[in-house]
Design a protein around this ligand. Structure first.
Ligand SMILES: Cc1cc2nc3c(=O)[nH]c(=O)nc-3n(C[C@H](O)[C@H](O)[C@H](O)COP(=O)(O)O)c2cc1C
Length: 207
């Protein structure tokens, strides 16, 4: 398995794979190596196949290992598998929560209601959310962010039995992707701005 994973990669001084590779083996480009990250997209339609407990445990571990400002780890994560709860989240926050109409699991990122750290907490929360998406994608699962609007937060807090000093703004829907869920949502080449409009060298470009 490890050998298969390393095929096509060259490892320099990491200790990983040095036994299994020779310097002349195929060196794939940085872009090729990072392609799994480029494939992390929102998947909002899932099959009935459950996400396993082992998969959820592994994803939750990735989430809790996210870096945070001053390593404050302001989050708590609620792993949700109860279909009733998943569908109730879906109904409560439409249209943002539509992924929960098919999700077979979800992870709520619970944050402290602390206005003094609002921006920093939001930054940390975003990092954790993205890592959940990446972890799910690497496991072949489909994940999608659901933003819980402020008018929906009380309903979600009740569903998840949150104490009054905690709230949920992000819930990530998880499941096995359907073919439809994996379909591109934009015309080819239009899902992101062209590179030249986004990435600059050294200076902001002169007009
Ligand atoms: C802060 C934030 C909030 C988002 N809220 C929602 C949401 O409420 N519901 C949803 O389905 N997707 C939500 N998304 C996902 C975006 O729609 C998605 O990242 C964007 O459309 C790009 O999708 P793609 O990576 O599949 O191309 C959110 C993403 C971010 C970063």
């Amino acid at each position: 398995m490890v050998v298969a994973f390393l095929q096509g990669r060259q490892c320099y001084g990491t200790g990983v794979g040095e036994d299994t590779m020779t310097p002349n083996e195929t060196v794939t480009s940085p872009s090729d190596r990072l392609r799994p990250l480029m494939r992390v997209r929102q998947v909002r339609d899932h099959t009935d196949e459950p996400v396993s407990v082992a998969e959820l445990d592994a994803i939750a571990d990735v989430a809790r290992w996210s870096g945070s400002s001053r390593n404050s780890q302001p989050w708590r994560f609620i792993v949700i598998r109860e279909e009733r709860t998943l569908r109730a989240i879906g109904d409560a926050g439409m249209p943002q929560t539509r992924s929960f109409h098919t999700a077979t699991a979800g992870i709520a990122i619970v944050m402290p209601s602390d206005p003094a750290h609002g921006v920093g907490d939001a930054y940390d929360e975003g990092r954790a959310a993205e890592r959940i998406l990446i972890a799910a994608s690497l496991l072949g699962l489909g994940a999608a962010i659901s933003w819980i609007r402020s008018d929906v937060r009380a309903a979600i807090a009740e569903l998840l039995a949150l104490p009054s000093d905690q709230y949920v703004r992000t819930v990530v829907a998880l499941g096995h992707p359907t073919a439809a869920g994996q379909q591109p949502k934009a015309a080819p080449g239009t899902a992101r701005l062209p590179r030249e409009e986004v990435v600059f060298e050294e200076l902001w470009p002169a007009r």
